[in-house]
Design a protein around this ligand. Structure first.
Ligand code: SAM
Length: 286
């Protein structure tokens, strides 16, 4: 099958009694321009080892393999994993790909993956994935928060979610996920992908986001304070930080810490930059 052809994908589903599962976010990419755009944005090279979450029918996987990339893919749906394993070689040969990379395919739930063990097992140059809508943010945060995560993460997610990842202080979609991702990564929306590029067609638009690791000066204990502080602050995002922190017994001396880093006690969570969250985390005793 040509996995980038919506007609052939539909015919395969019909012939095999396969109904794309909404809960698993099974909207398959069927647009060559969008696929090549994701691979270009990821900037991967032949010989790189790349992590892919949710290869599905394998359309992005095959695009990466055709570029000589070694793909380590984790797919929860065993029917899709079995199909890809059985057909990937023939499908690449049918496209005339002479020197594909290798594929390691694991049928498993990415939410239950032991990332420490996986990242210690081989050096990943990047993660490139069209993430399932429902659990995409959780999977990306699990990966991004791991200190041994790949240095570049390129993911396709719902546009609204992409905007949350990239939002800076004062912007409406600013929230915990963006603050956490921006702790270790520069986050940039690279391009839009229209609903017509998928089958079945999703109801919302999607965007490609690229995250590039940058150094972070927090010690492990300051990092723990950063996560605890931002999590509770965004749970009460409409509250003023001074009043809110004063009532949090886990942060003694919070008002002094706010003053020490020039943050007015009237500020609200979404108004703080990542640099301010960092400074506050360093000054707070967790
Ligand atoms: N990569 C394919 C593409 O671009 O057409 C499929 C992407 S589709 C949006 C998301 C894929 O993630 C599906 O194949 C789905 O079965 C898989 N998936 C959903 N939840 C998962 C999980 N927790 N762990 C691993 N894979 C998952």
């Amino acid at each position: 099958m040509d996995v980038a052809s919506s007609d052939q994908v539909k015919a395969w589903c019909l012939a095999n009694g396969f109904h794309p599962n909404r809960a698993l976010g099974q909207n398959f990419l069927v647009d060559v321009g969008a696929l090549e755009g994701i691979a270009d944005a990821a900037g991967v090279n032949a010989g790189d080892t790349v992590l892919e979450i949710g290869p599905g029918l394998g359309v992005l996987t095959e695009c990466l393999l055709a570029r000589g990339v070694h793909v380590y893919a984790i797919e929860k749906d065993t029917r899709l994993a079995d199909r890809l394993k059985a057909n990937v070689e023939a499908e690449l040969a049918a496209r005339g790909v002479a020197a594909p990379g290798t594929l390691t395919l694991v049928a498993a739930d990415a939410l239950k993956t032991d990332w420490d063990a996986l990242f210690a097992s081989r050096p990943f140059a990047a993660c490139v994935s069209n993430l399932p809508y429902s659990v995409g943010t959780r999977i990306l945060l699990d990966i991004a928060r791991n200190p041994a995560a790949p240095p570049v993460l390129t993911v396709l997610v719902q546009t609204e979610v992409a905007q949350r990842f990239a939002a800076v202080e004062g912007e409406k979609p600013r929230g915990q996920a963006g603050v956490w991702l921006q702790l270790d990564f520069d986050v940039r929306i690279v391009r839009e992908v229209a609903p017509t590029c998928f089958w079945p067609k999703p109801e919302v638009g999607s965007s490609v986001v690229r995250l590039d690791r940058h150094p972070c000066s927090l010690t492990p204990s300051e990092r723990a304070v950063f996560y605890m502080l931002t999590k509770s602050a965004f749970m009460h995002r409409r509250k003023q930080l001074g009043g809110f922190l004063r009532k949090q017994p886990q942060f003694p001396g919070a008002l002094d810490a706010l003053a020490a880093v020039d943050i007015p006690p009237t500020a609200r969570a979404e108004e703080l930059s990542n640099a301010q969250w960092l400074a506050l985390s360093k000054n707070l005793k967790g």
